[in-house]
Design a protein around this ligand. Structure first.
Ligand code: KG4
Ligand code: ZN
Length: 351
Protein backbone atom coordinates (compact mmCIF):
# COMPACT_ATOMS: atom_id res chain seq x y z
CA UNK A 1 0.00 0.00 0.00
CA UNK A 2 1.34 3.48 -0.85
CA UNK A 3 2.15 5.98 1.84
CA UNK A 4 0.99 9.58 1.57
CA UNK A 5 4.36 10.61 0.24
CA UNK A 6 3.67 13.24 -2.45
CA UNK A 7 5.78 11.36 -5.00
CA UNK A 8 3.90 8.09 -4.79
CA UNK A 9 0.82 7.43 -6.88
CA UNK A 10 -2.38 6.90 -4.92
CA UNK A 11 -5.05 4.70 -6.49
CA UNK A 12 -8.62 4.95 -5.25
CA UNK A 13 -11.70 2.87 -6.06
CA UNK A 14 -14.77 5.15 -6.04
CA UNK A 15 -18.35 3.89 -5.57
CA UNK A 16 -21.47 6.00 -6.23
CA UNK A 17 -25.07 4.85 -5.68
CA UNK A 18 -26.86 7.86 -4.18
CA UNK A 19 -29.70 8.06 -6.69
CA UNK A 20 -30.37 6.13 -9.91
CA UNK A 21 -26.82 5.68 -11.20
CA UNK A 22 -24.80 2.69 -9.99
CA UNK A 23 -21.16 3.54 -10.65
CA UNK A 24 -17.63 2.43 -9.87
CA UNK A 25 -14.31 3.90 -11.01
CA UNK A 26 -10.60 3.49 -10.40
CA UNK A 27 -8.73 6.81 -10.37
CA UNK A 28 -5.06 7.55 -9.77
CA UNK A 29 -3.98 10.77 -8.05
CA UNK A 30 -7.45 12.27 -8.20
CA UNK A 31 -7.55 12.82 -11.95
CA UNK A 32 -6.06 9.95 -13.93
CA UNK A 33 -9.07 7.82 -14.83
CA UNK A 34 -8.12 4.13 -15.13
CA UNK A 35 -11.72 2.97 -15.47
CA UNK A 36 -15.23 4.33 -15.11
CA UNK A 37 -18.42 2.28 -15.25
CA UNK A 38 -21.89 3.83 -14.90
CA UNK A 39 -25.01 1.68 -14.99
CA UNK A 40 -27.87 4.09 -15.58
CA UNK A 41 -31.44 3.31 -14.55
CA UNK A 42 -32.94 6.02 -16.76
CA UNK A 43 -35.05 3.59 -18.82
CA UNK A 44 -36.37 1.91 -15.69
CA UNK A 45 -37.70 5.19 -14.25
CA UNK A 46 -38.68 6.92 -17.51
CA UNK A 47 -42.26 5.67 -17.46
CA UNK A 48 -42.78 7.23 -14.02
CA UNK A 49 -41.23 10.57 -15.10
CA UNK A 50 -38.83 10.51 -12.14
CA UNK A 51 -36.82 8.23 -9.87
CA UNK A 52 -38.84 5.73 -7.79
CA UNK A 53 -36.69 5.14 -4.65
CA UNK A 54 -37.72 1.53 -3.98
CA UNK A 55 -37.12 0.49 -7.60
CA UNK A 56 -33.75 2.32 -7.63
CA UNK A 57 -32.52 0.53 -4.49
CA UNK A 58 -33.56 -2.89 -5.79
CA UNK A 59 -31.77 -2.31 -9.10
CA UNK A 60 -28.61 -1.19 -7.27
CA UNK A 61 -28.60 -4.53 -5.42
CA UNK A 62 -28.62 -6.33 -8.78
CA UNK A 63 -25.97 -4.17 -10.48
CA UNK A 64 -23.43 -3.25 -7.80
CA UNK A 65 -21.31 -6.42 -8.06
CA UNK A 66 -21.19 -6.53 -11.92
CA UNK A 67 -20.37 -2.79 -11.98
CA UNK A 68 -17.54 -3.20 -9.44
CA UNK A 69 -16.17 -6.26 -11.21
CA UNK A 70 -16.16 -4.47 -14.56
CA UNK A 71 -14.51 -1.33 -13.16
CA UNK A 72 -11.73 -3.33 -11.53
CA UNK A 73 -11.14 -5.49 -14.63
CA UNK A 74 -11.06 -2.48 -16.97
CA UNK A 75 -8.59 -0.62 -14.73
CA UNK A 76 -5.99 -3.37 -14.86
CA UNK A 77 -5.45 -2.77 -11.13
CA UNK A 78 -5.49 -5.64 -8.67
CA UNK A 79 -7.48 -5.29 -5.43
CA UNK A 80 -4.21 -5.45 -3.51
CA UNK A 81 -2.83 -2.48 -5.46
CA UNK A 82 -5.61 -0.14 -4.31
CA UNK A 83 -4.77 2.46 -1.66
CA UNK A 84 -8.30 3.30 -0.53
CA UNK A 85 -12.00 2.87 -1.22
CA UNK A 86 -14.16 6.01 -1.43
CA UNK A 87 -17.95 5.83 -1.32
CA UNK A 88 -20.82 8.29 -1.33
CA UNK A 89 -22.15 8.60 2.20
CA UNK A 90 -24.95 11.09 1.38
CA UNK A 91 -26.99 13.07 0.55
CA UNK A 92 -29.29 10.88 -1.53
CA UNK A 93 -31.93 8.17 -1.36
CA UNK A 94 -31.34 6.06 1.75
CA UNK A 95 -32.05 2.68 0.12
CA UNK A 96 -29.75 3.49 -2.81
CA UNK A 97 -26.95 4.85 -0.62
CA UNK A 98 -26.98 1.78 1.62
CA UNK A 99 -26.18 -0.53 -1.29
CA UNK A 100 -22.97 1.33 -2.24
CA UNK A 101 -21.92 1.89 1.37
CA UNK A 102 -22.46 -1.78 2.31
CA UNK A 103 -20.40 -2.91 -0.67
CA UNK A 104 -17.61 -0.43 0.18
CA UNK A 105 -17.50 -1.46 3.83
CA UNK A 106 -17.38 -5.17 2.93
CA UNK A 107 -14.57 -4.64 0.41
CA UNK A 108 -12.60 -2.45 2.83
CA UNK A 109 -12.89 -5.15 5.51
CA UNK A 110 -11.97 -8.03 3.19
CA UNK A 111 -8.98 -6.30 1.54
CA UNK A 112 -7.97 -4.36 4.65
CA UNK A 113 -8.18 -1.01 2.85
CA UNK A 114 -8.82 2.47 4.28
CA UNK A 115 -12.38 3.68 3.75
CA UNK A 116 -13.23 7.28 2.84
CA UNK A 117 -16.84 8.49 3.14
CA UNK A 118 -17.55 11.20 0.59
CA UNK A 119 -20.27 13.82 0.42
CA UNK A 120 -21.92 13.56 -3.01
CA UNK A 121 -21.77 17.35 -3.39
CA UNK A 122 -18.04 17.39 -2.64
CA UNK A 123 -17.80 14.77 -5.39
CA UNK A 124 -19.44 17.17 -7.84
CA UNK A 125 -17.04 19.95 -6.74
CA UNK A 126 -13.98 17.71 -7.17
CA UNK A 127 -15.20 16.68 -10.66
CA UNK A 128 -13.94 20.12 -11.74
CA UNK A 129 -10.43 18.83 -10.97
CA UNK A 130 -10.94 16.48 -13.94
CA UNK A 131 -11.61 19.34 -16.36
CA UNK A 132 -9.26 20.82 -18.94
CA UNK A 133 -8.62 23.93 -16.86
CA UNK A 134 -7.80 23.11 -13.23
CA UNK A 135 -9.83 25.16 -10.73
CA UNK A 136 -8.30 28.43 -9.56
CA UNK A 137 -9.04 28.86 -5.84
CA UNK A 138 -10.67 30.51 -4.01
CA UNK A 139 -13.65 30.06 -6.27
CA UNK A 140 -17.41 30.29 -6.27
CA UNK A 141 -18.85 26.93 -7.34
CA UNK A 142 -22.35 26.50 -8.77
CA UNK A 143 -23.61 22.95 -8.20
CA UNK A 144 -26.61 22.53 -10.43
CA UNK A 145 -28.35 19.18 -10.77
CA UNK A 146 -31.71 17.43 -10.50
CA UNK A 147 -31.73 17.80 -6.72
CA UNK A 148 -29.46 20.80 -6.08
CA UNK A 149 -28.89 24.39 -7.10
CA UNK A 150 -26.28 25.63 -4.63
CA UNK A 151 -23.63 28.33 -4.56
CA UNK A 152 -20.58 27.28 -2.57
CA UNK A 153 -17.50 29.29 -1.71
CA UNK A 154 -14.55 26.92 -2.20
CA UNK A 155 -11.84 28.53 -0.09
CA UNK A 156 -9.57 25.52 -0.59
CA UNK A 157 -10.04 21.80 -1.25
CA UNK A 158 -12.07 20.57 1.72
CA UNK A 159 -12.96 24.08 2.92
CA UNK A 160 -16.41 25.01 1.80
CA UNK A 161 -18.89 27.68 2.75
CA UNK A 162 -22.47 27.36 1.60
CA UNK A 163 -23.57 30.75 0.27
CA UNK A 164 -27.12 30.04 -0.86
CA UNK A 165 -29.35 27.75 -2.86
CA UNK A 166 -32.76 27.26 -4.33
CA UNK A 167 -35.74 28.08 -2.18
CA UNK A 168 -37.96 25.66 -4.10
CA UNK A 169 -37.25 23.62 -7.26
CA UNK A 170 -33.72 22.80 -8.43
CA UNK A 171 -32.86 23.91 -11.99
CA UNK A 172 -32.66 20.31 -13.27
CA UNK A 173 -35.95 19.47 -11.58
CA UNK A 174 -37.56 22.40 -13.42
CA UNK A 175 -36.23 21.16 -16.76
CA UNK A 176 -37.35 17.60 -16.00
CA UNK A 177 -40.87 18.60 -14.88
CA UNK A 178 -41.52 20.91 -17.83
CA UNK A 179 -40.15 18.35 -20.30
CA UNK A 180 -42.37 15.69 -18.81
CA UNK A 181 -45.50 17.85 -19.17
CA UNK A 182 -44.51 18.75 -22.74
CA UNK A 183 -44.12 15.05 -23.55
CA UNK A 184 -40.40 15.40 -24.30
CA UNK A 185 -39.30 12.41 -22.18
CA UNK A 186 -37.13 11.88 -19.11
CA UNK A 187 -34.66 13.22 -18.10
CA UNK A 188 -35.63 16.52 -19.67
CA UNK A 189 -32.31 18.39 -19.46
CA UNK A 190 -30.46 16.69 -22.35
CA UNK A 191 -33.54 16.85 -24.63
CA UNK A 192 -34.11 20.53 -23.89
CA UNK A 193 -30.41 21.23 -24.52
CA UNK A 194 -30.72 19.60 -27.97
CA UNK A 195 -34.07 21.13 -28.96
CA UNK A 196 -33.07 24.61 -27.76
CA UNK A 197 -30.44 24.82 -30.53
CA UNK A 198 -33.25 25.02 -33.11
CA UNK A 199 -35.52 27.37 -31.14
CA UNK A 200 -35.76 31.06 -30.27
CA UNK A 201 -34.79 32.08 -26.71
CA UNK A 202 -37.14 35.06 -26.97
CA UNK A 203 -40.19 33.17 -28.29
CA UNK A 204 -41.70 33.21 -24.80
CA UNK A 205 -40.71 35.93 -22.30
CA UNK A 206 -40.44 33.72 -19.23
CA UNK A 207 -39.99 35.43 -15.82
CA UNK A 208 -36.60 35.54 -14.09
CA UNK A 209 -36.60 35.45 -10.32
CA UNK A 210 -33.59 37.56 -9.30
CA UNK A 211 -34.03 37.64 -5.49
CA UNK A 212 -31.84 40.74 -5.47
CA UNK A 213 -29.24 41.03 -2.74
CA UNK A 214 -29.22 37.35 -1.76
CA UNK A 215 -27.37 34.41 -3.32
CA UNK A 216 -30.50 32.26 -3.57
CA UNK A 217 -32.60 30.96 -6.44
CA UNK A 218 -36.29 30.31 -7.07
CA UNK A 219 -37.52 28.38 -10.09
CA UNK A 220 -41.10 27.53 -9.10
CA UNK A 221 -42.54 30.68 -10.77
CA UNK A 222 -40.70 29.84 -13.98
CA UNK A 223 -41.93 26.24 -13.83
CA UNK A 224 -45.54 27.40 -13.40
CA UNK A 225 -45.18 29.89 -16.27
CA UNK A 226 -43.77 27.18 -18.56
CA UNK A 227 -46.50 24.70 -17.65
CA UNK A 228 -49.13 27.39 -18.37
CA UNK A 229 -47.50 28.22 -21.71
CA UNK A 230 -47.74 24.54 -22.72
CA UNK A 231 -51.39 24.45 -21.66
CA UNK A 232 -52.47 27.74 -23.29
CA UNK A 233 -50.45 27.83 -26.52
CA UNK A 234 -50.94 24.70 -28.59
CA UNK A 235 -48.87 26.28 -31.39
CA UNK A 236 -45.77 26.66 -29.18
CA UNK A 237 -43.06 24.43 -30.67
CA UNK A 238 -40.91 22.20 -28.45
CA UNK A 239 -37.87 24.01 -29.87
CA UNK A 240 -39.10 27.48 -28.86
CA UNK A 241 -40.31 26.25 -25.47
CA UNK A 242 -36.92 24.64 -24.83
CA UNK A 243 -34.88 27.65 -25.97
CA UNK A 244 -36.96 30.13 -23.95
CA UNK A 245 -36.96 27.99 -20.79
CA UNK A 246 -33.23 27.29 -21.06
CA UNK A 247 -32.47 30.99 -21.58
CA UNK A 248 -34.45 31.95 -18.45
CA UNK A 249 -32.57 29.37 -16.34
CA UNK A 250 -29.12 30.14 -17.78
CA UNK A 251 -29.59 33.93 -17.35
CA UNK A 252 -30.31 33.59 -13.65
CA UNK A 253 -27.68 30.93 -12.91
CA UNK A 254 -24.89 32.85 -14.63
CA UNK A 255 -25.76 36.32 -13.32
CA UNK A 256 -26.11 35.14 -9.72
CA UNK A 257 -22.88 33.11 -9.85
CA UNK A 258 -20.99 36.12 -11.23
CA UNK A 259 -22.52 38.40 -8.58
CA UNK A 260 -21.35 36.00 -5.85
CA UNK A 261 -17.89 35.78 -7.45
CA UNK A 262 -17.64 39.58 -7.46
CA UNK A 263 -18.92 39.93 -3.92
CA UNK A 264 -16.41 37.44 -2.53
CA UNK A 265 -13.52 38.63 -4.68
CA UNK A 266 -12.63 35.11 -5.81
CA UNK A 267 -10.08 34.12 -8.45
CA UNK A 268 -12.26 31.56 -10.19
CA UNK A 269 -15.69 30.17 -10.94
CA UNK A 270 -16.59 26.46 -11.01
CA UNK A 271 -19.65 24.91 -12.67
CA UNK A 272 -20.67 21.34 -11.89
CA UNK A 273 -23.57 18.85 -11.52
CA UNK A 274 -25.80 17.27 -14.17
CA UNK A 275 -27.13 20.57 -15.56
CA UNK A 276 -23.50 21.73 -16.03
CA UNK A 277 -23.54 19.45 -19.10
CA UNK A 278 -25.80 22.06 -20.75
CA UNK A 279 -24.04 23.65 -23.73
CA UNK A 280 -25.52 27.12 -23.34
CA UNK A 281 -24.81 27.22 -19.61
CA UNK A 282 -21.18 26.16 -20.13
CA UNK A 283 -20.60 28.75 -22.86
CA UNK A 284 -22.34 31.61 -21.03
CA UNK A 285 -20.59 30.91 -17.73
CA UNK A 286 -17.19 30.66 -19.46
CA UNK A 287 -17.85 33.99 -21.19
CA UNK A 288 -18.93 35.60 -17.90
CA UNK A 289 -15.75 34.48 -16.12
CA UNK A 290 -13.58 35.64 -19.04
CA UNK A 291 -15.27 39.06 -18.91
CA UNK A 292 -14.48 39.31 -15.19
CA UNK A 293 -10.90 38.17 -15.85
CA UNK A 294 -11.13 35.15 -13.53
CA UNK A 295 -10.64 31.41 -14.05
CA UNK A 296 -13.38 29.06 -15.19
CA UNK A 297 -13.44 25.35 -14.52
CA UNK A 298 -16.00 22.67 -15.30
CA UNK A 299 -15.81 18.88 -15.60
CA UNK A 300 -15.82 17.14 -18.99
CA UNK A 301 -19.51 16.56 -19.89
CA UNK A 302 -19.41 12.85 -18.93
CA UNK A 303 -18.39 13.71 -15.39
CA UNK A 304 -21.09 16.36 -14.86
CA UNK A 305 -23.86 13.82 -14.28
CA UNK A 306 -23.50 11.33 -11.45
CA UNK A 307 -20.45 9.07 -11.73
CA UNK A 308 -17.88 7.38 -9.50
CA UNK A 309 -14.80 9.15 -10.87
CA UNK A 310 -15.79 12.28 -8.97
CA UNK A 311 -16.21 10.23 -5.77
CA UNK A 312 -12.77 8.66 -6.21
CA UNK A 313 -11.34 12.13 -6.82
CA UNK A 314 -12.97 13.63 -3.71
CA UNK A 315 -11.87 10.51 -1.80
CA UNK A 316 -8.29 11.08 -2.96
CA UNK A 317 -8.31 14.67 -1.65
CA UNK A 318 -9.66 13.51 1.71
CA UNK A 319 -7.28 10.53 1.90
CA UNK A 320 -4.29 12.83 1.27
CA UNK A 321 -5.43 14.97 4.17
CA UNK A 322 -5.50 11.84 6.35
CA UNK A 323 -9.30 11.87 6.56
CA UNK A 324 -10.49 8.26 6.62
CA UNK A 325 -13.58 6.73 8.20
CA UNK A 326 -14.26 3.68 10.33
CA UNK A 327 -16.41 0.78 9.17
CA UNK A 328 -19.19 2.05 11.42
CA UNK A 329 -19.83 5.42 9.74
CA UNK A 330 -23.49 6.23 9.11
CA UNK A 331 -25.14 6.73 5.75
CA UNK A 332 -27.05 10.04 5.72
CA UNK A 333 -29.87 10.94 3.34
CA UNK A 334 -29.65 14.70 4.11
CA UNK A 335 -25.95 15.17 4.69
CA UNK A 336 -24.98 18.86 4.53
CA UNK A 337 -21.80 19.59 2.58
CA UNK A 338 -19.71 21.09 5.33
CA UNK A 339 -20.21 18.38 7.99
CA UNK A 340 -17.93 15.95 6.19
CA UNK A 341 -15.09 18.41 6.54
CA UNK A 342 -14.34 21.37 8.73
CA UNK A 343 -17.37 22.97 10.34
CA UNK A 344 -18.47 25.93 8.18
CA UNK A 345 -17.66 29.41 9.38
CA UNK A 346 -20.75 30.98 10.87
CA UNK A 347 -22.60 33.06 8.30
CA UNK A 348 -22.54 36.73 9.16
CA UNK A 349 -25.51 39.05 8.81
CA UNK A 350 -24.06 40.25 5.54
CA UNK A 351 -23.89 36.80 3.89
O1 KG4 B 1 -26.04 15.33 -11.13
P1 KG4 B 1 -27.14 14.51 -11.72
O2 KG4 B 1 -26.75 13.35 -12.61
O3 KG4 B 1 -28.05 13.90 -10.61
C1 KG4 B 1 -28.40 14.60 -9.45
O4 KG4 B 1 -27.59 14.59 -8.49
O5 KG4 B 1 -29.50 15.21 -9.51
O6 KG4 B 1 -28.09 15.54 -12.52
C2 KG4 B 1 -29.22 15.11 -13.23
C3 KG4 B 1 -29.89 16.35 -13.81
C4 KG4 B 1 -31.27 16.07 -14.42
O7 KG4 B 1 -32.18 17.04 -13.96
C5 KG4 B 1 -31.00 16.24 -15.93
O8 KG4 B 1 -32.16 16.66 -16.64
C6 KG4 B 1 -29.92 17.28 -15.94
O9 KG4 B 1 -29.08 16.92 -14.85
N1 KG4 B 1 -29.13 17.31 -17.17
C7 KG4 B 1 -29.08 18.36 -18.04
C8 KG4 B 1 -28.26 17.98 -19.11
N2 KG4 B 1 -27.81 16.71 -18.87
C9 KG4 B 1 -28.35 16.31 -17.68
N3 KG4 B 1 -29.67 19.56 -17.97
C10 KG4 B 1 -29.46 20.42 -18.99
N4 KG4 B 1 -28.69 20.13 -20.07
C11 KG4 B 1 -28.07 18.93 -20.18
N5 KG4 B 1 -27.31 18.65 -21.23
ZN1 ZN C 1 -25.44 14.44 -8.41
Amino acid sequence: MSSLNDHEAVTVLGIESSCDECAAAVVRDGRIVLSSVVSSQVELHAKYGGVVPEIAARRHVETIIPVLTEAMAASGVDWKELDAIAVTRGPGLMGSLLVGVSAAKSLAAVFDLPLVAVNHLEGHICACYLGEAPPVLPAVCLIVSGGHTDLILVEDWGQYRWLGGTLDDAAGETLDKVARRAGLGYPGGPVIDRLARQGSPTAVQFPRSWLHGRPDFSFSGLKTAALRAIQLDSQLSSEDLSASLQAAIVDVLVRKTMDAAQQHGVRGVMLTGGVAANSSLRETMAAGAAKMGIGFSTPPRTYCTDNAVMIASAGWFRFRRGETDSLSFDTEASLPLCLVNEAPRALSEHD
